[in-house]
Design a protein. Structure first.
Length: 263
């Protein structure tokens, strides 16, 4: 007899549960747990990493994220306005910038600022400036597109109403359009901060003094200096989660609020 839709759904669920249980059992039997515990959970050996991991690594990661986002936000807003401008060269420049920095890896931009520009111009910028400019330029390309979408989502009638009251175009943009656009793009902006936080881990390729280490650098050095497997990297990953999970929750809250507003 042919099975009903409910019977097929039950069988499908049973098969999925069985596959999941078999996979868990196979994993438990295949793993050498003594080696796994040594490699991932040797927390008792991490004393030399603290309190520097928090007071230096975590602090610098947050600092690099903030300055890079601030730089990217200002430049991204300018690029978004340029891309919407009536003057064609502005639009061409903004489009070329956005496509270029969205198309190349952030690590190449960091290498350019850390090694390429000093050789070309004979100047060496401080580590925070290199990180801010490199990650800020990449971030600005994404922020610009996000802000442009937000600016275009604001009803044109509000700008027309402001202009009809005698308000200059620039003032209408600054006091009416841009604030509303920022409310619209809060969720993707929060996601951009999360991405920037993770991208700060690339700063270790530039080399740095101990006072400039971020969390990935601490974790990477900990592997070679402490006999604890890759536990130092596990700890660094946990600290990243301490930053990114609350930000993800904030982004979801903004998305939920925006959905309620639309309804």
């Amino acid at each position: 007899m042919a099975m009903t839709t409910r019977q097929r759904a039950r069988m499908s669920k049973t098969i999925q549960i069985a596959i999941f249980i078999i996979a868990i059992i196979a994993l438990v039997l295949a793993v050498d747990w003594d080696k796994a515990v040594y490699a991932f959970f040797s927390f008792d050996k991490l004393g030399p990493m603290f309190p520097g991991m928090i007071l230096v690594g975590l602090k610098n990661t947050i600092f690099y994220t903030i300055i890079s986002f601030a730089f990217g936000l200002v430049l991204g807003l300018l690029l978004a306005l340029m891309k919407m401008a009536s003057f064609a060269p502005y639009r061409w420049f903004a489009t070329a910038f956005i496509e270029f920095f969205r198309g190349i890896p952030a690590i190449l931009v960091l290498l350019a600022f850390g090694f390429g520009l000093p050789q070309a111009f004979g100047t060496q910028w401080p580590q925070p400036v290199n990180v801010m400019c490199a990650l800020g330029l990449v971030s600005a390309a994404y922020i610009a597109e996000t802000l442009r979408a937000g600016l275009q989502a604001v009803p044109k009638g509000q700008t027309e109403a402001a202009r009809s009251l005698g308000m200059p175009a620039w003032r209408a943009m600054v006091t009416i359009v841009i604030p509303q656009a920022f409310k619209i793009v809060l969720p993707p902006m929060t996601n951009e901060i999360i991405l920037l936080t993770k991208d700060t881990s690339l700063a270790f390729i530039l080399g740095a003094s101990m006072s400039q280490y971020e969390m990935t650098k601490f974790g990477r050095d900990g592997i070679s200096q402490i006999d604890a497997g890759i536990t130092p990297l596990v700890v660094a990953g946990l600290f990243y989660l301490v930053i990114t999970i609350p930000l993800s929750l904030v982004a979801r809250k903004f998305e939920s609020r925006a959905a309620k507003t639309k309804r």
